[in-house]
Design a protein around this ligand. Sequence first.
Ligand code: IPE
Ligand code: IPE
Ligand code: MG
Length: 248
Amino acid sequence: MSKNNSAPVNAKNNGVPRHIAIIMDGNGRWATKRFMPRFAGHAKGVKTINKVVNACIDRGVEYLTLFAFSSENWRRPPDEVSLLMQLFRKVLIGEIKQMGERNIRLKVVGDLSKFDKDLQTMVHNAESETAANTGLTLTICANYGGRWDIVNACNKLVASGVKQEDITEEQLSANLAMAYAPDPDMLIRTGGEARVSNFLLWQLAYSEYYFTDTFWPDFDGKALDEAIESFQKRERRFGKTSEQIRAQ
Ligand code: IPE
Ligand code: IPE
Ligand code: MG
């Protein structure tokens, strides 16, 4: 078993998950329901990110990973893609100071080579400016796909000259984009769909899934608490029996 798959729930912190991953879905439908352009939903969604980041810090979550733009989202109308890129820029510029104040370490994972050069530079600067922060590790997945991540890890292994017989789950995990984090304890998806949409395919192998109909712009600290409550009622067995888990 890979070391990451056995990442324990944060026992020191009342069973609050150490690592929460979120598929922030439903921005477009939130806006359409209000006869607003889809972009208004994305803009409101950014405000929700702020709220949820603060709520995670207050509750002692160590890693928060947000799916912001998938490898497949390039298929959207060019106007929407370019508005999303603009929003990403705005967030990087606007939030960086606050990240320092809130002791947040920012990571951006995904195939950044497809982004404009200036955006790539902004991402690298934001990451290095926050690299020494010791609070919440906030990961934004941008142009990210779980399949891309696994193929990328395989390519890195091949390039490192590793022998076929030495390829293990640990080695592959260590070459994934989020090798610095334990696997998510909980996956939350807002917006009513019950699918993974090519998010962290490898890393979600033993995560607890929580789906809610709430659109991302309406998600908040209270909604997060409901998700955490549901998580705390579950028994994570990792292949063992209930009796074994209770005897631990
Ligand atoms: C999620 O909201 C944000 C991104 C994928 C960028 P959507 O834009 O997918 O919203 P819906 O699913 O169309 O409502
Ligand atoms: C998943 O949402 C990607 C993000 C939230 C960034 P989508 O809205 O793109 O997913 P599908 O297409 O409905 O599966
Ligand atoms: Mg969607």
